[in-house]
Write a protein that binds this ligand. Sequence first.
Ligand code: CNA
Length: 361
Amino acid sequence: SPFASKQYKNGREEREKIFPVAQISAGGGGDPLPACQTSKADGCSPSSRGVKSSSPHDLLSVARLVKLGRSKNVVVVAGAGISTASGIPDFRTPGTGLYSNLEKYNVPYPEAIFNIDYFSDNPQPFFSLAKVLYPGSHRPNYIHYFIRVLHHKGLLLRMYTQNIDGLEKLCGIPDDKLVEAHGSFATASCHLCYTPYPAEEYAIMHDRVPTCSFCTATVKPDVVFFGEDLPRKYFLHRKDFPKADLLIIMGTSLKIEPFASLVNSVRSTVPRLLLNRNAVGPFERVPLRRGDHMELGDLADSVRKFAEMLGWDGEIQELMRSQEVVASNHESCEETSRAEGSGAPSSSEETDSETDSKSST
Ligand code: CNA
């Protein structure tokens, strides 16, 4: 089957597929948990919030480690919560998350939209949703630029993101520092015969489902669906996590495996900092593991506070201003050239691909 051929392509040992945690605990493929159980597991229940909540000391003690030069190999693990400030809804935030707003996609249960078997029969819901997530209409925010500055300082070992919005790349985090664990929209392939299609050819923004010119099956962006293999690059985690000396977890509910378990693969003495609206994963446990810190609340506020403690806020704001000015000039240039009918200029956003340096902290 085409599925088997993809497994073969990725190598036997390296096969890991993504699953929602809820399905795994229900016996690997059962119905997802009902909403109330999900929100409890999300850490929204008073009991999981109450006992050890965030304190200003958490952020401060991690900032101190960084300033003392004790954290030089920082791994960042991120999810949809880092992009809500850019206007992209996450999955699970009640009210605004995509899972609360699925009526328009007409799917039997939320995860169906990213289920490869469901997609084979009915790709339309995914393509409707893809328009919301598709790169192009959103800009990186302060949180993305914080991570880029972490890289500027020579402290970022790697960023592992579950996001498919491409904002990490857009803010200039270089390719070799980034693992897009759940794939991206940058490329696409036929979901049956795996013929590759460059992004511009599969034209996701049009109101039709793109089909393969060889076998007529649906062309799917190389976003990893439930039940699909993770990209090869994901396996860098085997090298990176044992090397990490600080783990920062931001904006994720840690509900999707195997990504969620990555946070447990740093050495037991390594400090872990959770920045999120609510406690998630191992941070729901009371008491917390020694070395675990969390700052609960709005992520942009927490990251700004952290950056101020580190003395990086000015640099982040300056970088953000310069990049965003370049981007908006670029946009108005494109608009002008479109209006004048002279075609679009080529993209020229600055990235850090040559600045992968251990520069000053
Ligand atoms: P999720 O399950 O929706 O969890 C997001 C987490 O972030 C939740 O715990 C929220 O409480 C928290 N959060 C959201 N906004 C904020 C905020 N402003 N401040 C503080 N905390 C906040 O999403 P995950 O990333 O954990 O789930 C993984 C899925 C989501 C991946 O497979 C993605 O492909 C998928 N996804 C990606 C995007 C994107 O690319 N931007 C958007 C929506 C979904």
